[in-house]
Design a protein around this ligand. Structure first.
Ligand SMILES: Nc1ncnc2c1ncn2[C@@H]1O[C@H](COP(=O)(O)OP(=O)(O)OP(=O)(O)O)[C@@H](O)[C@H]1O
Length: 254
């Protein structure tokens, strides 16, 4: 498969174990470019592990992973990653610009200083998430929602083709969550997005496919997700809410 026409993510017969304990089994996936995938599943199901394998942070025990036709290591500079928990101390003495510039590290920034291009790309990323005006403010002055946006700007700073987001809506209130999804919807016009969501209260209007991870992995178009599938993943009764009569749906706990 050549680089141009290959899927954003292709996984074949992938197995992964932590010290002999299997976390992912026989995973097969093909995520087309431009997709917006929500990765769901129970606690400890393997969602973060799957993201880390795609990112090349974890090496599979067995199987093949290709990201835009390349190995994860080769593709890494083109993958924007927002990890699950914000590691940054809220009192971290840095401006928004400093934090977002960290996203240029994989592009050769920092050592020898950041170039004008680094700063231009990061300014653009801050504009996209609506934080450019605050760029000189301290990280500690941001609200939870603004911090999540800043971490997305940091992930965008490497000018990615693929964005991997691990629970970006964690700790956000409903209004901030809606704003965040609106931003992701806009970004999806030019990027492939894979987003872990812990619960199934996802805004399905913007999501095109759902990947269910419970050691084994299944991918469905959003419209195909049924209560039965959800019960199967979570092992507990779940309910489907048809959203707008156009096949959109939201799943939630009973
Ligand atoms: N570094 C590690 N060493 C050993 N086992 C691990 C490690 N990280 C994760 N695991 C185990 O692998 C399994 C999958 O974990 P993972 O974090 O990928 O799940 P998850 O679906 O992202 O969970 P959550 O929804 O709780 O974030 C779990 O059983 C977990 O305990």
């Amino acid at each position: 498969m050549d680089e141009q026409n290959s899927p954003a993510v292709f996984v074949k017969d992938l197995w992964f174990a932590y010290n002999g304990y299997p976390a992912l089994e026989n995973v097969n996936l093909s995520i087309p470019r431009g997709d917006f995938v929500s990765v769901v599943g129970p606690n400890g199901g393997g969602k973060t592990t799957l993201l880390k394998v795609i990112l090349g942070l974890l090496r599979p025990t067995r199987g093949e992973v290709r990201v835009m036709g390349m190995t994860p290591e080769q593709a890494r500079p083109r993958i924007g990653y927002m990890p699950q928990y914000t590691q940054l101390d809220p009192l971290f003495p840095a401006t928004l610009m400093d934090v977002a510039l960290m996203g240029r590290l994989g592009r050769g920034g920092l050592f020898g200083g950041y170039s004008r291009e680094d700063k231009n790309v990061v300014s653009e990323a801050l504009k996209q998430v609506g934080l450019y005006e605050l760029r000189k403010k301290s990280f500690s002055a941001l609200s939870g929602g603004q911090r999540q946006r800043l971490l997305i700007a940091r992930a965008l700073a490497c000018e990615p083709d693929l964005l991997l987001l691990d629970e970006p809506a964690a700790n956000l209130d409903a209004v901030m969550e809606t704003d965040l999804y609106q931003l992701l919807r806009t970004l999806n016009e030019r990027l492939t997005i894979m987003m872990v969501s812990h619960d199934l209260g996802f805004v399905s209007r913007i999501i095109k496919s759902v990947i269910c991870v419970k050691r084994k992995v299944l991918m469905h178009p959003t419209t195909e997700i049924t209560g039965e599938i959800i019960n199967d993943i979570y092992g507990s009764p779940m309910r489907m809410i048809r959203h707008n009569g156009e096949g959109d749906s939201i799943c939630s706990n009973l």
